[in-house]
Design a protein around this ligand. Sequence first.
Ligand code: ATP
Ligand code: MG
Length: 230
Amino acid sequence: MGLQENDSRAVLVAEGITHRFDPKEPPIMDGIGFIVNENERIAITGPSGAGKSTLLHIMSGLKNPTQGRVMVDQYWLNRMSDEKLSQYRNQKIGFVYQSDSLLRDFNALENISLPLIIRGERAEIARRHAVHVMSGLNMQTLAQRMPNQLSGGERQRIAIARALITQPVILFADEPTGNLDAANTERVMDTLLAAQKIHPMACVIATHDQSILKYFDRVIDVCTLNGVRN
Ligand SMILES: Nc1ncnc2c1ncn2[C@@H]1O[C@H](COP(=O)(O)OP(=O)(O)OP(=O)(O)O)[C@@H](O)[C@H]1O
Ligand SMILES: [Mg+2]
């Protein structure tokens, strides 16, 4: 697969990622190469419009790049049918969106258990896992709350728990602290660290928030990735 020996711990390899939204315009990213190692925490920074969200969507298989390819845990995403890809994403990849992605008609516990139910797990088993994840992250008291009864920070922490429940190899989060004050930002980041302790996984986060960069092993400005080949 063209990997170097020292890439053996890679959980994600992106090669030659080029993306154009408009064929008449220059690409918004050009020839990006990127490797994420097991359990690594990476922050993707860069100015607004630089392509952080787009890169996260491409790396997590939510969007196909115009050119290039992405491998997650040994499989190239571009080789999969849509059905296989969505199954694979459910198993291997967690994604936390910037703002509310919880289903408003379900309580916190039900929201967390949903990815397992989608995977075909029995409701009772999914519920038991969700209870376990919630107590591991010390958020049992939020279990019965509906999304509109949770603060923004609490909703983000529930979204992290929901991403964790499938035990992904990599978790992406797009500005997970974007709308939060300092205290809640810290709580969300602590939840992420706790999640990684419960289940080792790599984390790749797009952020503007300078205050959270201390939590990461690597901080990468998306603009510096253009033209980097593996
Ligand atoms: N669906 C789309 N169609 C056309 N252009 C798009 C689309 N989505 C994003 N873009 C453009 O691609 C560029 C990168 O957008 P992206 O959302 O990835 O940036 P970002 O770095 O995440 O910005 P922010 O920090 O504001 O979230 C921007 O110029 C944006 O206008
Ligand atoms: Mg963005």
